[in-house]
Ligand binder design. Sequence first.
Ligand code: SAM
Length: 233
Amino acid sequence: MYPERWLRLFTSLLARHVPPRPSFPGADTDDRAITSASICPHTAAWLWWYLIQTKPGVIVEFGSGYSTTVLGAFSRVRAAGGAVQSLILSAEHDAEWYALQRQQLHQTIIDGHVHLLHSPLEKQIRFGREVTCYSNVDKTLASLTPDGCADFLFLDGPPGTAVGGVGREGSILQAIQLVRPGGLILIHDAIRSEELRILTTLHLDRKINFHCKGIIPVQCGLAICTSDPSMRH
Ligand SMILES: C[S@@+](CC[C@H](N)C(=O)[O-])C[C@H]1O[C@@H](n2cnc3c(N)ncnc32)[C@H](O)[C@@H]1O
């Protein structure tokens, strides 16, 4: 089947599981409250595809929003099918956005499908560098799981320098340290110049177990990466 047909198939499967959402301040006209900063439906379909292919038990997200609804729907579908429920920890740095997402995801949070964490950004040392990372994530994950590691990390925050944000070098390094060997890191906006430079530098750094398997050309690019040492070039 051509990739476009796969994409259409996964988009329609996803639509069955992600309910329409009421709009809220900051939302565009779309009734699922997809804002200009949200992942697009094609990216959502790829995210859904990777979730159902890999069935991760522990998922971390950097940058909450529509993507969190997709993650919550995955947990709901898994639980309905009798599978062990996935643990989803979504980190949001912005207090106002966090409060909005708490309202939006109210039922999903009550049902235990998503842990939404307010994580103000802070300086941390990662791989010997002082970088900007999400606070509270490592210790919260350690308290919720036996080994403090994630199987899957969806990275869509904090805002990149291309949109006036602090950039993602820190969150990418944090992701590499949170995900267990063999786990997946999906990085949104991967073909923006700063993100592409960071990914290329890390991919070539032999001291860091980071391998970028490829970038799906949707929106600003969705990089599929792993921290698997066996994938070293
Ligand atoms: C790229 S956005 C994350 C989008 C999210 N993954 C989604 O699919 O909707 C990165 C950060 O921008 C901020 N943000 C997102 N949408 C916003 C909006 N409409 N207005 C202001 N800030 C926003 C939030 O702090 C968010 O974590």
